[in-house]
Design a protein. Sequence first.
Length: 390
Amino acid sequence: MASNPHLSSRLQGFGTTIFAEMSALAVKTGALNLGQGFPDTDGPPEVAEAAIAAIRNGHNQYPPLPGVADLRLAIAEHQQRFWDVRLDPNTEVLVTAGATEAIAATLLALCEAGDEVVVFDPTYDSYAAGIAMAGARIRPVVLTAQANGTFGFDPVQLREAFSPRTRLLLLNTPHNPSGKVFTDEELSLIGELCVEHDVIAVTDEVYEHLVFDGRHRLLSAYPGMAERTVTISSGGKTFSFTGWKVGWATGPADLIAAVRVAKQFLTFVNGAPFQPAIAVGLRLDDSYFSQFRRQLEQKRDLLCSKLGQAGFDVLTPQGTYFATVDIRRLGFSDGIQFCLGLPELAGVVAVPSAVFYQDRKDGAHFVRFCFAKNDAMLTEAGDRLITAFA
Ligand SMILES: *Cc1c(COP(=O)(O)O)cnc(C)c1O
């Protein structure tokens, strides 16, 4: 994590993360890797076949800037089917190179240098870098473990995070790494504050189909929010094709047009044959989406039960495919040291949640495990942790 003298001042501190080190450690020790956040099996075969057919049928040149028309239509249909949102596929839908590009383009399009972006901390790792590249400043509101075993925030701190410099609020629900699903009450307050301070909301909903407890709610559905929210998602997590990088931003035409300007000069376009394939995915029966959720819910329950048996305090996630544990009950306090030693100690790799926090102290005692893995691996990893700690 040494600083690189070639790196611009905007990007100082965003060098190589601990992930590379952890993965190298996994390979070296032969440990089971529950660190990396992607599934170990591919998604629906009919979606894969659609991509192969698209390549064979000549969908290999630049697609249109806003995305292929049929995918934009499929995204609009999906938003209507699941979330009761009506969109004009021609003006209110933009296809991007994954959710990551949609987030970066939105930040670059909408922020002036010095503007502030309110986020809930910990954050997905691209947020702070995207905000920095846009010349804006991150204004974190820390999520803390509540008595009921979920993550929550102090409404007073959220209110205080808004200032005359606040341009955007960037919300991720279901939330990676915490597994939190923001509640109706929380989203109401967030919406009220955005309206009161004339702030635009950007929501990252890549885990929209992985809510196990409660239900997924769109911030754009709250009073006054439809006209000020850019809603972002992607096919990577929903269809278990994280390498395809087909994402989208939806929202009011004027905001989407602004995001399109920035997107045009980042990648212009991507994934010509994957775009029609993701359209096939978005049109799968409801049963695909419910089975996918049930399957991951079972994996959550399997891993969380083992983590509990190993003696951790488990913060059972309401959504996503990540579970967080508090390591203090096992006598540890530093998650980074704990994760560096874990392959040797237990033959398992996990990620220290501290790396997702603006101030690492806030997440020092949390460790994240990914459960989007086959049941045999989850069982074996869980049993190894039980043997090492229980
Ligand atoms: C995986 C992930 C992304 C990245 O999505 P892509 O479509 O692969 O760019 C964005 N946000 C969160 C919270 C994620 O977990």
